[in-house]
Design a protein around this ligand. Structure first.
Ligand SMILES: [Zn+2]
Length: 333
């Protein structure tokens, strides 16, 4: 699905708000209790097929989706290709809770919409390096679950405009995506959410040091740690590449005074990194930059480089994937 740049990014900024309330990450790294082996919950059969079966040489073309594939075909191909668990219809989990949020979701049993949504989600996941999602679970988590749901209600408020959220704050590592009418899914939103899970893993593996990350931001800067005004771009746009709307290079700030992609990036470090990566993934997927020239700004470049280096350290990739990512970054930085 291609939206115009404006709609796409407006949508992302609103959609991802809930994510964080749920994960509870703003002020501190996400909680990931390291559960000793002996106390791990028993593994579902499908959970066996994750990192243990990582084979970067495997020919995945047999899992390419075709327009005429049934829902069952699509689910089976994607589960095998990415090493994920796709849950839909009445099998979904309907309640997600942490100390701040109670989120309830309704099942969506319009299976044609679910099928269409999966085709869009596949487009986003396919932009990631081979075997990437299979390596994403960490600690007690053995598999990434993707729930395809009907409407999402947050703290009793329905239709809160948050069609996707992610968390590792309980026994599951999951990404929940609301499938709306006609199965429309915002592909960059899916990638954005995956980036949050990458962050969870990087933290778990001790690779991201937030005090080092802080040094890449302007001196004295602190994140808002709240989803308040930044979502609508109501804050002072200084240090911000764009406001809520993508406005190209018309900010009037010199390149070396650009530190963030857009206002939403200033909510917290997790949103900063997820938004930062969007431009690169979109370029890799669709061969254009939404934020043209963003990575030519030296501080942005330094932040993206830092993040990509950690990802490269933490994930096994084929040489061709390494080259593809390096070349994409080089082309736009
Ligand atoms: Zn987010």
């Amino acid at each position: 699905m291609h939206l115009t740049g404006f709609n796409k990014f407006a949508a992302i900024a609103v959609m991802t708000g809930i994510l964080f309330s749920l994960t509870g990450c703003p002020a501190k790294p996400p909680k990931q209790p390291d559960v000793p082996e002996s106390t791990q919950t028993s593994k579902a059969p499908e959970e066996a097929a994750t990192t243990a079966s990582l084979d970067l040489d495997e020919d995945l073309s047999k899992y390419d989706l075709k327009e005429g594939d049934s829902l069952e075909d699509v689910v089976s191909k994607m589960e095998n290709k990415y090493g994920i668990d796709i849950v839909y219809g009445n099998d979904i989990r309907t309640e997600f809770k942490d100390e701040n949020e109670t989120i309830t979701v309704k099942p969506n049993t319009n299976f044609e919409d679910v099928r269409k949504a999966l085709l869009a989600i596949d487009e986003g996941l396919n932009a990631l390096p081979k075997g990437f999602l299979r390596q994403l679970p960490y600690g007690k988590h053995k598999i990434l679950k993707i729930y395809l749901t009907g409407s999402i209600t947050i703290n009793g408020v329905p239709n809160s405009g948050s069609p996707a959220f992610t968390s590792d704050s309980d026994d599951e590592l999951f990404l929940t995506i609301e499938v709306i009418e006609d199965g429309v899914v915002n592909v960059p939103t899916v990638v954005h959410e995956i980036s949050h899970i990458v962050d969870f893993k990087l933290h778990h593996d001790g690779l991201i040091k937030e005090d080092e990350w802080t040094k890449l931001n302007p001196e004295g800067f602190t994140y808002d740690n709240s989803y308040g005004e930044n979502i609508t771009g109501g804050n002072d746009p200084k240090y911000c590449y764009t406001t809520y709307h993508y406005v190209g290079r018309n900010t009037g700030y010199p390149d070396d005074d650009i530190w963030f992609y857009y206002c939403y990036s200033k909510v917290n470090a997790y949103e900063d990194r997820a938004t930062m990566l969007e431009n690169l993934v979109i370029y890799k997927m669709w061969n254009y930059e939404v934020a043209e020239g963003l990575y030519k700004c030296p501080h942005m470049k330094a932040k993206v480089e830092y993040y990509l280096k950690l990802i490269e350290k933490d994930f096994k990739m084929t040489q061709s994937d390494r080259d593809a990512w390096a070349n994409a970054f080089k082309a736009i930085s």
